[in-house]
Each structure stands twice: as C-alpha cells, then as structure tokens.
Design a protein. Sequence first.
Length: 189
Amino acid sequence: MDGGDVEQAVAEMVRVLTPHESRDWHAPPAGTLTWSCWTTAAHVAHDLLAYAGQVAARPDGAYLPFDLVVRVDAAPRDILQVVTACGRLLSGAVSAAEPTARAWHWGPTDPGGFAALGVIETLVHTWDITQGLGIAWRPPTSLCAAVLARLFPDAPLGDPVDVLLWSTGRAELAGRPRLTSWVLKAAVG
C-alpha cells in the first residue's frame, strides 16, 4: 500500500462525514466503542500523525513520545480538516521513504505497512462514526481488500468489506462469531 491509498481513505472519510458535520458528535458513541464520534475522529487524526512521525524519524524500538491534541472546542468540520492534514503528512512521509526503510510498530515495519495502518484506522473508525450517527455507509471494497492482504494475511475468504469488519471485531461473519480481540501484522521482520 502507499500514500495514495491513505489519501483515498481520508478523502472517503471526509466525503461521507462532511454532510453530517453540523450534528452533535459528542453525544452518540461511535458504534460499539465507548468513545464519542468526536473523540473517534480526533483519534484517527492522532494515529495518522503518529504513523507519519514513525516513518519520518524511523525509530526502531518504540513510538515517538508525542501526541496530537485536538482542542476540545473544535467542531467536527475542524476535526475533519485535522484528519486531512495528518493524512497528507502520512501520505507524504510514506511517499518520500525508500521501500527498504523501517520504523517501529511492534516490530520493524515498512512504509507500505504504515500506509496500511493509516488506511485501516481511517476506514474502521469512519465505520464506527457512521454507526454512531446512523449513516448508511460501507468502506470501499478495493481499500478493504488491500488492507486485508497487507495486515491480515490469514483472514478468511469473503467480501473484503465484511471480512475487514469481522477481522476488527465490528461485525459477525457467516459461521464465525464476532471477534473480541485481533492482531494485525504490519511488521515485516
């Protein structure tokens, strides 16, 4: 996966949520999470920035000791702009890094792995927010398939959207109980 995939996922998040930016994102929980929709969107921005930092600095043993703080008075529109900015930072960092570069995410992870991590965070948390706001939406099939191939190589066969939602504990899959924990495989060894 690459920076273009990150930009596509972020653009999809912004596209689906912008028409609902005037709603109260503090009240409803985001899907089955305990976080509000607002907190979940801010979390997406944080993770995108953290991944960009990892790719840019290439630490080999831990995450960099910084956090993104979104002001508590930020409107949903503002948070979506922060998500866009952080997504572009990750996309740029991934695009500028050599394919052989490695940074820590529970082991040495390549730029494509960080792109996949950014895409999965954006897609599944957009799903959570849409569930909380009562919006009918499904993540793009092509991005789900790419994320499954990169981060969940042992995932069962099936519709990539359904399998990704199942793989991240957000849905049941025919004949399989809903997961309560999961491990993705970003590190390349």
